[in-house]
Design a protein around this ligand. Structure first.
Ligand code: PLP
Length: 443
């Protein structure tokens, strides 16, 4: 499929009819930005129900890691589905789950033996991590960072602090949760420069939170996104992760890297934490791990995962079809796609960075591999957020046949399938350039 290839005004008649039906019966809590109704996908191209083909730089929110309908993943799903769909790893044994746990033992970014708990989504992977951290440490406190996203069930929502709207109306959060500023270097919370700062943003956690709010020996865990996703694709300075690791070690806190969005090759390494040379004690994975099949994975140091039978479980968690899709995904990632993510990601990053010369609205371009954020500002000096403009740029891109999503208050994120080619990256840069011009008038 050549993308883009638009044949009807958007939305087309079939898309419009389906959206009308959806409007009447589907939960109004979903945040659909533009009217895209998928009929099928192939690689990094997706076709809507009216035959319009789009370049997919969103990948179902950073999920379709191996691209749409990768034949090896589809075949693994068919093969497993023909054998059995479900047996519940909670009460029975099956090989695909054991094999995936062995694979996680091999690839998770920390040394020593590991164990893996299986669920169905990112939020569940984080719930399991949180429960395990409390269980193992016999402490109750959990710390997360402002701007982070860890999920929407009530436990993980208590850690999520991406948008107040996501917490509004859901009552008091889980007790024992605390937040500290993230290393948002473009808007440094303590007004310093990454080259010389020694991660002073963590001073708030050390000198305020752990002095005035909670005693360090009552903190079970710190959750951190290695690169903040929903918060705006924010890449912290390396010293932030180094200092956080030292701090958590000093106080016996479990360091949990939420790799739900940043993991599985997205950043040009299997896990984003590898960019920082820091070993967490636990990671959570979901999204890209099974190319679109639902799967949540919590992998911890074996000595930390010491809960006893019955302490935690999930009927569907680690479904055999999802595990088979994950194994096929990981094989593809290891064979070529992590490398492609690094190479095409660097190419895309260069192209987007070059647009800064023409488009004053681009304040910052950042990321690793194919996890790239472009922050839009009204003024490069004041860094006033160009939030409305960002939304319009996303719409303009859709009108030109490219799917992208916002992240944070005023950034656009590029999170395409990891099969993206350089030619497709060039198309993405061209469409983004045109979309910015359509909003700002820059020529
Ligand atoms: C870093 C991170 N953690 C957790 C989640 C929650 O994942 P899910 O929507 O599968 O529950 C997300 C989803 O965007 C995420 O980006």
């Amino acid at each position: 499929m050549d993308a883009p290839n638009l044949k009807t005004p958007l939305p087309g008649p079939k898309a419009k009819a389906l959206i009308d039906r959806d409007d009447r019966v589907v939960s109004p809590s979903y945040t659909r930005g533009y009217p895209f109704v998928i009929a099928r996908g192939l690689g990094a191209a997706v076709e809507d129900v009216d035959g319009n083909v789009f370049l997919d730089c969103a990948a179902g929110i950073a999920v379709n890691s191996t691209g749409h309908a990768h034949p090896a993943v589809v075949q693994a799903i068919i093969d497993q589905a023909q054998k059995f769909l479900h047996m519940s790893g909670t009460d029975f044994y099956y090989e695909p789950q054991v094999r995936l746990a062995e694979e996680m033992d091999a690839i998770a970014p920390f040394s020593g033996p590991k164990r893996t708990f299986f669920s169905n989504s990112g939020t569940e992977a984080n719930e399991a991590a949180m429960k395990l951290a409390r269980y193992h440490s016999k402490r109750h406190g959990v710390i997360a960072f402002l701007g982070s996203f860890h999920g929407r069930t009530l436990g993980s929502l208590s850690l999520t602090s991406s948008k107040a709207l996501q917490r509004k109306g859901f009552g008091p959060p889980m007790g024992g949760t605390y937040h500290a500023p993230y290393a948002t270097c473009y808007r440094c919370p303590v007004g310093l420069k990454p080259e010389t700062c020694q991660a002073e943003c963590l001073g708030f956690l050390e000198d305020q939170v752990l002095m005035h709010l909670v005693s360090p020996d009552e903190v079970a865990a710190v959750f951190v996104e290695p690169i903040q996703g929903e918060g705006g694709y924010i890449v912290p300075a390396t010293q932030f992760h180094e200092r956080l690791r030292a701090l958590t070690k000093k106080h016996g806190m479990i360091l949990i890297a939420d790799e739900v969005q940043s993991g599985m090759g997205r950043t040009g390494k299997m896990f984003a934490m590898e960019h920082f040379g820091v070993e967490p004690d636990m990671i959570t994975s979901a999204k890209g791990i099974a190319s679109g099949m639902p799967l949540g994975v919590t992998t911890a140091r074996a000595e930390v995962m010491d809960w006893t039978p019955g302490a935690h479980a999930s009927t569907f968690g680690g479904n055999p079809v999802s595990c088979a899709a994950a194994m096929a995904t990981i094989t593809l990632l290891k064979d070529s796609l992590v490398k492609n993510s690094a190479e095409v990601g660097a190419f895309l990053m260069d192209g987007l960075t070059a647009l800064k010369d023409k488009h004053q609205i681009i304040g910052d371009v950042r990321g690793r591999g194919l996890m790239i954020g472009v922050e839009l500002v009204r003024d490069r000096q004041t860094k006033e957020r160009a939030s409305e403009e960002r939304d319009r740029v996303v719409d303009e891109a859709f009108a030109r046949g490219m799917l992208i999503l916002g992240a944070g208050r005023n950034a656009v994120r590029f999170s395409p399938p990891l099969v993206l080619t350089k030619a497709q990256a060039e198309t993405a840069i061209r469409i983004f350039d045109e979309s910015l011009s359509a909003v700002t008038g820059a020529t």
